[in-house]
Ligand binder design. Structure first.
Ligand code: SF4
Length: 430
């Protein structure tokens, strides 16, 4: 029987039963923790070392997301295995064996939460309603156990956890959410069972026509969450239009874990290089940073790009908008493709109201905060491509496109709200 270290009394299950035999296969392992667990990391590492007689190295950088897998870094330290706490697998291949421990809440804690969740969902929705439940790794297994019980009771709406490959059914991330608008049996509403608002934003963006609610497991509240999507899409469109007017363009690759995707980076370099050939007054720089910050971007280039394309977490661009720095603004790979590779999209000049980078159409320090309001206005069709593509991991959520190689040619396909867009990238195949 493996007992947890007595010093630690956490609300999460650290699954020692899985971790201990995994670690015992190796002589050195690295341990990676999310922010909330990092302060306990040395306790956990010491305990695991004692029980297994294996050297356990704490990786001291916070693992912010499922994409922050430090397998390459751990391998370079001589580790033969990696334990990643806090998430389920998203990255399909790692250079050393990696065990994911989702840190699910302990049963007694979740039982109380689930009772509140069941009651609120039953009060809010009717039995005829079809409700998609989305959640994170911490709550997923408790919800999976609860849903079949509720489905058998006729007074509950029809609840289901939609597939979202490669994540387990019903799980979503800030960049990766299933699109449920086209379901044959229409989805009445989406309920996000999450601790914060971050992931809920992705559900709203990926499903502009479905009402999205959030169940807060801490305060036991069910709230209707909104973003003014037409306003949001207009703002993103203004940034795409503004990008076309910049003379110095930067493309930055995030080396944080597996966040950046090299094919996305290479395809965007090709696209921007082509743009600069057609527009000889434009130039571009390529850079790589582990953590993309305003200071980091300013430091990497004396050439000072005024627009940076971030090949990394799309939420860096979407959440910060123009607030990172007054000298430049940041856009996502999808927006870069619209700006520099898609002449069919007309962006009238009057949408780009200001020449200076400080004053955008929507002036805010955090895009989602100030757009957290419902709009009665339906989203006009021409704005649809400018709703960020928060689809799924394979289609581009984290900048991870589909890549097809055929007889020396290479096609990279990005998935947008209004369909796919492809780039032929001959140069990167040689
Ligand atoms: S890309 Fe961003 S939102 Fe997606 S898993 Fe990584 S940190 Fe989370």
């Amino acid at each position: 029987m493996i007992r947890p270290p007595p010093e630690l009394s956490l609300p999460f299950d650290l699954d020692y039963i899985a971790v201990v035999p995994f670690i015992k296969q190796f002589s050195i392992v690295c341990l990676q923790f999310p922010e909330g667990l990092l302060q306990h990391s040395t306790f956990i590492a010491r305990y695991l070392s004692e029980v297994t007689n294996v050297e356990c190295i704490v990786l001291g950088d916070v693992a912010y997301g499922s994409c922050n897998i430090a397998d390459i870094y751990a391998h370079s330290l001589g580790a033969e295995g990696l334990v990643h706490y806090g998430h389920n697998p998203l990255v399909s291949k790692t250079v050393i064996p990696t065990l994911y421990i989702p840190c699910k809440y302990k049963d007694d804690q979740e039982t109380v939460n689930m009772e509140a969740f069941s009651r609120l969902v039953q009060t809010k929705f009717s039995p005829a309603d079809r409700i998609a439940i989305l959640t994170t790794a911490q709550h997923s297994s408790a919800l999976k156990a609860l849903l079949p019980q509720l489905s058998e009771q006729s007074m509950y709406p029809r609840l289901f956890m939609p597939p979202n490959h490669p994540l387990p059914d019903g799980e979503f991330l800030g960049c990766t959410c299933p699109c449920l608008s086209g379901e044959t049996d229409p989805v009445t509403a989406i309920v996000c069972y999450v601790d914060g608002r971050f992931q809920t934003d992705s559900a709203i963006i990926a499903n502009p026509t479905i009402p999205v609610f959030r169940f807060d497991p801490q305060f036991h509240q069910l709230t209707h969450e909104t973003i003014d999507l037409p306003k949001y899409a207009r703002f993103r469109r203004s940034l795409v239009g503004k990008s076309r007017k910049q003379k110095r363009i930067g493309i930055v690759f995030s080396t944080l874990g597996r966040q950046g995707h090299s094919e996305t980076f290479r395809s965007l370099v090709t696209v921007v290089r082509r743009w600069c050939k057609i527009h000889p007054d434009c130039s571009f720089v390529e850079a790589a940073l582990d953590e993309i910050t305003s200071d980091g971007l300013n430091a990497v280039s004396a050439d000072r790009p005024t627009v940076w394309i971030i090949v990394g977490c799309p939420r860096l661009g979407l959440d910060w908008g123009t607030s990172l720095n007054s000298n430049f603004f940041v856009i996502t790979p999808h927006e870069a493709l619209l700006a520099f590779n898609d002449d069919s999209l007309d962006i009238p000049d009057d949408l780009i109201q200001h020449d200076d980078l400080n004053g955008d159409i929507v002036d805010f320090s955090h895009s989602f905060d100030s757009l957290n309001a419902e709009s009665s206005e339906p989203i006009p069709q021409p704005l649809i491509p400018f709703i960020p593509a928060i689809n799924n991991w394979n289609c581009g959520g984290c900048g991870n496109p589909r890549v097809q190689r055929d007889n020396g040619s290479c096609k990279v396909t990005f998935c947008f709200q209004d369909g796919d867009r492809s780039v032929d990238i001959e140069e990167i195949c040689h």
